[in-house]
Design a protein around this ligand. Structure first.
Ligand code: ASP
Ligand code: MG
Length: 424
């Protein structure tokens, strides 16, 4: 069997869903688990609903209406018959959110976030499963929460692999006896108390890897709007080139540094079972794409660039200018871990410790406030972090031209720069 993953862009409107249907028809001989994300930008829109619910509860239903109307329009294109069961099924999912929004919040933000935001994937898979069945692609809808079991770490659930493997095998094997195609959600899992968790933003790739691991799949296919893994984001770098092959190691490094092409947690479960990961274009499904696997030499071996925007660089120094020593660092790292802040780059000198992190509207102010209790803290916002793997000196000159470099770090394979664009 194989695992397919379709992201938000590949199912963003009725035409995209039809295109996806055509791709599945090309693979009608295979047993497939098809993992699907929320449609288009639905996850962002549901995040907005959640944020409104916590800041101004009267705004939340208006934000939800935007999500409802988007899906309704899409459904009206796919299902002209208004009595089709899909309308009721999707409506019931929205009603669950509406119930939550009726009462003021009584549980943590992260908990509520997962209960609301996970609905995007439940809706997309409900629509698509029904559309496929109506189009002659017989499939069964599977609730991923009955397979992927996590702890209660809302917004970043940790997978219980043993439990997940047992449940996934028995459920999916049973469904394959009925239909060759199983349609399920990316990004979401369930807890032992039957609450919904999410696996971190862009986590659908990871879900695909979890299903592949549990089912010992022959391969994972991620269908994207790009021809494969590129050496740079074409939004930032027009001359981006496609890589034909890539080692797991290079893929992990690129994902770790923030290449948005693959979720960072995706590779490890695949590497453990030596399952190849194919990244292919849903626009040109016949083209070969990129294959990531064991012992692959990355080919062509050209520099790869990763840009991360909206970075903050924080410098932490002792109030009395004493050294930043191991005991300070252990306290500092403890704080980052407690607040769930990921460090993208760090550097220390005798009297200061600098870290570059993503600027999160909630976590960053909290972190800075707590650091200020014990340290002198300075920070710069609106920075970019770029990372080059397999770099040449000339690549670095080109990338840093017109930019002020606030911090840099180089190893043999990888160079990283925190920069500010100089305006004028
Ligand atoms: N829908 C989720 C997100 O946008 C998961 C995913 O797309 O991978 O973050
Ligand atoms: Mg997505």
């Amino acid at each position: 069997m194989k695992v397919f993953k379709f992201g938000g862009a590949s199912v963003k409107d009725a035409a995209a869903v039809r295109n996806m249907t055509a791709i599945l028809k090309m693979f009608s001989a295979e047993d497939l688990v098809v993992v699907i994300s929320a449609m288009g930008k639905t996850t962002n829109a549901l995040e907005k609903v959640t944020n409104a619910y916590f800041s101004d509860i009267t705004e939340a239903p208006k934000n939800l209406d935007v999500v409802k109307n988007y899906h309704l329009e899409l459904m009206e294109e796919l299902f002209p018959d208004k009595s089709h069961q899909v309308y009721n099924l999707v409506n019931n999912l929205f009603v669950e959110i509406e119930w939550v929004l009726e009462e003021p919040p009584s549980r943590s933000y992260a908990f509520v976030y997962d209960q609301i935001v996970s609905t995007g994937e439940l809706i997309s898979t409900t629509i698509i499963s029904n559309f496929l069945n109506a189009s002659g692609v017989s499939n069964t809808w599977l609730d991923a929460r009955d397979c992927i079991q996590t702890d209660n770490n809302y917004r970043e659930g940790n997978v219980d692999w043993e439990l997940t493997q047992g449940l996934t095998r028995s459920k999916v094997d049973a469904l394959f006896k009925k239909n060759k195609i199983v349609i399920t959600q990316g990004f979401i899992g369930g807890t032992s108390e039957n609450f919904t968790t999410t696996l971190g933003r862009e986590g659908s790739d990871y879900s695909a890897a979890i299903f592949a691991y549990c089912m010992n799949a022959d391969g994972v296919f991620i269908w994207k709007d790009v021809p494969g893994v590129l050496n740079a984001d074409p939004k930032f770098y027009k001359e981006a080139q496609k890589l034909e092959r890539m080692s797991y190691h290079d893929a992990i490094e690129l994902a770790y540094y923030g290449a948005s092409v693959i979720h960072p947690k995706t590779i490890k479960p695949l590497e453990n079972k030596n399952i190849a990961l194919h990244v292919k274009s849903f626009v040109n499904p016949d083209l070969p794409g990129t294959v990531i696997g064991k012992d692959f030499q990355t080919k062509p071996l050209i520099p790869s660039f990763i840009f991360k925007e909206n970075q903050v660089l924080i410098s932490i120094a002792a109030k009395d200018f004493s050294f930043i020593a191991e005991d300070n660092l252990s306290g500092i790292f403890g704080l980052f871990a407690r607040l769930g802040v990921k460090i993208n780059l760090m550097q220390n000198s005798a009297i200061s410790f600098s870290v570059c992190i993503d600027n999160d509207a909630l976590k960053t102010p909290e972190l800075i406030k707590e650091l200020m209790n014990d340290y002198k803290v300075r920070y710069n916002e609106n920075l970019q972090l770029f990372t080059v793997r397999h770099y040449y000196p000339s690549t670095i000159d080109m990338l840093t031209a017109g930019k002020e470099i606030l911090l840099e770090q180089r190893s043999r394979q990888t160079a990283q720069f925190v920069v500010r664009t100089i305006n004028n």
